[in-house]
Design a protein around this ligand. Sequence first.
Ligand code: FES
Length: 203
Amino acid sequence: MSELIQVGASRPKAPAPDQLELRFSAKAISELAALRTHYPDNKSCILPGLWIAQREYGGYLSPEAIAEVAHRLGHSYAEVEGVATFYSMYTTAHAPGRHMIEVCTCLSCHMCGAYRIVDYLEETLGIGLGETTADGMFTIHEVECLDACDRAPVLQVGDQYIGPVDTSAIDALLNKLRGETNSTVVQLADSIVQVHLRDTEKA
Ligand code: FES
């Protein structure tokens, strides 16, 4: 059974409105307010609002995170959850590790040994695709073309593309990430929020 079908079958329920605990920081509230002035309606703000939530909730769009976006934008939980679960860059299935390693396995990367990289990561970390190490440090995923085919095989960590990679580059990457205390998952969400803010400033 695919992960998507499993996720669809087991989606956690939305928190009751009277049990909602709002967690957006002052910075997040002001970012959302700035973005709202640059879109024709609140619905257009759902995508950047979800990125703010993904950052604020530690890289995971939990039901509480989705409910907070719905509450702040005045849309239904179902509507915001539908957007969040449609796009694979939002993390809705489970809380990721501190670092998410996303390996492209599309054609060019496949031809250049992407599955050798996947196998090596699985063996080195002792987890399968879509899983997180017991210490909460790493999650690994395979993804579609990252639009960096000239660097195949390539992978993404946070907002960085790394490639072409081989097993020794993977060893160096894992060592570097083990020493990194900040979550690259959160850092990616913040980078995307900042891009949205810059784009709306220019508009
Ligand atoms: S096929 Fe991997 S980046 Fe395009």
